[in-house]
Write a protein that binds this ligand. Structure first.
Ligand code: HEC
Ligand code: HEC
Ligand code: HEC
Ligand code: HEC
Length: 480
């Protein structure tokens, strides 16, 4: 799919919003015109030289697309780990539910796109055994390597691959992180293009039903699991219109996907990743998707440079941190978007944490039943499946980075699914699982992030970060 980028007004499908407009939204009007010129860009006048994998790096477009490049560099302000919350400390249920898998060892809030190689090599989840597959959402290089050398690349050693990306210098700031070629034609940043091959497969025949300026984000901001045979990160869908958590679980079940086995209970677990795409566009899509908004409309506002040229900001931030966008666009319908989002996030936190802590208590109850041998084969199989599926639903809500903002009704649905499964599990075990019991019994003592100081990259280059660890970003993205 190749087309020139122009922002066009999208007709409001008011019909879809009637009846669901809640307090706080004035009325349904067409997608707002921000009163700034439409960004446009022409194809490059010359094609810079590619790196050794065939990727044309971000830096080499600096002269031809200065506004996009300069705003892209602003992501350095969204530093990591400074200012980021330790999710294991905030949500200790993660440690019980994810036991045996990496996220239970180390889980923090994310940073900006330009720090992707740094965060990958400097966190306590990564070990000498970690495979290159984790780089699928961190750099375009790996996709070019797989295209040239085949699927075996996914299973190679991550540290060695990053060594290669840094030309042996081990200075990760030299490695190309998330970059133009992830979202654009390698030869022409004025055209959008999806790079991740499995995501193209997963979008299926109806790919054109969702705007490409959302689909490029979805290739990483989506759920996926590792294919046991090929090692490739694989999305649990075959069509863009079917990308819901319910369908994902069905797909994993049908395809026998297992991320890890929970040792004490024998349950075959699935880890769910940040499904921002699904919560916005899955099924019928949320209200804003139905109004024609894309990820870029909310997270990449239009700006105007000193010469009066409009361009799309490539500094990926929360719309709530963009007062211009709120004033010119969002607040033409929303009375107080910040307060609305806060209310949704408060609700999300209470219900998600409650379900997660309840599920942890269920796992402990199942553990005891397994140790006592009190279940017959059929009961055991069902109780194990309930651990898999209930944790899947909790994890779907928990890992979505908007924390409830993108689609509160879908968050409510997945938490309902989790609780319904746990009700059935309680019946089988003959014990009630209650979040209240979590606090007293299972709250583990995790107060600091283990950055894996004994790990390879931490030893090699403790001073690697060339990012500006200023406080501004930390305040902006600070713990909420
Ligand atoms: C190639 C994979 C990839 C693509 C494509 C991608 N992202 Fe990301 N995004 C990430 C990763 C990985 C992080 C976390 C980076 C880190 O912590 O090092 C991230 C972080 C972010 C953040 C910051 C999160 C925070 O809490 O500070 C925002 C916002 C974001 N992305 C929005 C988008 C939007 C909008 C698009 C599409 C225009 C997009 N991303 C496309 C991989 C991607
Ligand atoms: C994570 C995805 C992503 C990355 C990485 C990215 N872009 Fe973009 N870019 C977009 C999206 C999405 C749009 C279009 C926004 C829209 O149509 O609403 C865009 C638009 C553009 C445009 C069209 C003019 C404009 O400003 O809208 C140019 C030129 C461009 N990008 C250049 C670049 C360059 C150069 C880089 C690397 C330094 C880059 N982009 C990196 C997603 C990305
Ligand atoms: C209608 C506007 C809207 C759309 C469309 C939208 N988002 Fe968001 N997004 C938000 C809001 C609001 C938040 C909560 C921000 C906060 O807590 O400050 C958010 C939060 C996030 C975050 C957490 C990081 C942060 O800045 O707080 C990420 C990552 C993200 N969105 C990615 C995406 C991706 C990827 C898409 C498209 C698949 C998308 N969003 C579509 C409005 C939107
Ligand atoms: C044309 C009117 C209109 C504009 C402009 C508008 N919204 Fe909305 N928005 C709605 C309606 C209607 C709803 C659905 C009712 C609700 O959830 O409060 C909604 C819901 C939302 C939601 C909840 C998620 C969901 O289910 O859709 C978010 C987040 C959101 N809007 C963010 C934004 C942001 C950010 C902007 C500015 C970039 C914006 N909106 C601009 C009308 C609008």
């Amino acid at each position: 799919m190749k087309h020139k980028l122009t922002k066009k007004a999208v007709t409001c499908m008011c019909v879809l919003a009637i009846g669901v407009v809640s307090v706080g939204v004035y009325a349904c009007a067409p997608k707002a015109n921000t009163g700034v010129p439409t960004p446009s860009a022409s194809s490059p006048s010359y094609i810079p030289e590619a790196n050794k994998y065939g990727v044309i790096t971000a830096e080499s477009w600096a002269d031809q697309y200065p506004d996009q490049y300069a705003s892209y560099l602003e992501n350095n302000k969204n530093t990591w780990p400074e200012g980021k919350a330790n999710k294991l400390e905030l949500y200790p249920e993660m440690i019980t539910l994810g036991k045996g898998y990496g996220y239970a060892k180390f889980f923090s809030e994310p940073g900006g796109h330009t720090s992707s190689i740094y965060t990958t090599t400097h966190n306590g989840r990564i070990t000498e055994k970690t495979k290159t597959q984790c780089l699928a959402c961190k750099t375009p290089n790996v996709h070019y390597q797989v295209a040239a050398e085949g699927n075996d690349v996914w299973k190679t050693n991550l540290y060695q691959t990053v060594d290669d990306y840094t030309d042996g210098t081990k200075d990760v700031s030299q490695a190309e992180g998330i970059s133009c070629a992830n979202c654009h034609e390698n030869n022409d940043p004025s055209s959008l293009a999806i790079l991740r091959a499995d995501w193209k497969r997963a979008l299926g025949a109806n790919a054109d039903k969702v705007p490409e300026s959302a689909e490029v984000c979805g290739q990483c901001h989506c759920d996926y699991s590792m294919n046991a045979q090929t090692g490739e990160p694989t999305s649990p869908y075959d069509d863009v219109t079917e990308m819901t958590p319910d369908n994902a679980l069905q797909w994993y079940d049908n395809h026998n996907f297992v991320d890890w086995t929970y040792e004490s209970t024998g349950a075959k677990m699935i880890s769910v990743r940040h499904s921002e795409f699904e919560y916005n566009y899955g099924g019928e899509g949320n209200h804003m998707a139905q109004l024609g908004y894309t990820c870029a409309d909310c997270h990449m506002a239009t700006e105007v440079d000193d010469q009066g040229n409009a361009y799309t900001s490539h500094y990926w931030i929360s719309p709530l941190d963009n007062e211009e966008l709120l004033k010119n666009d969002c607040n033409t319908c929303h009375k107080d978007l910040k307060a609305e989002v806060q209310a949704k996030q408060d609700e999300w936190k209470t219900m998600t944490q409650n379900a997660g802590q309840r599920a942890s208590v269920y796992v402990k109850n199942l553990e005891k039943a397994v140790a006592a041998g009190s279940l017959n084969d059929e009961q055991l199989a069902r109780a194990q499946y309930i651990q898999r599926a209930a944790t899947f639903y909790w994890n779907s809500s928990f890992a979505e980075n908007s924390k409830g903002a993108h689609n509160i009704s879908l968050f409510r649905h997945v938490i309902d699914q989790c609780n319904t499964l746990l009700d059935e599990g309680d019946q089988i075990l003959g014990v009630t699982s209650d979040a209240k019991d979590f606090q007293s019994e299972y709250n583990p003592d995790v107060n600091t992030l283990d950055f894996g100081s004994d790990h390879y990259y931490n030893q090699q280059d403790p001073e690697t970060a060339t990012q500006d660890y200023g406080t501004e970003a930390a305040q902006k993205y600070g713990n909420q």
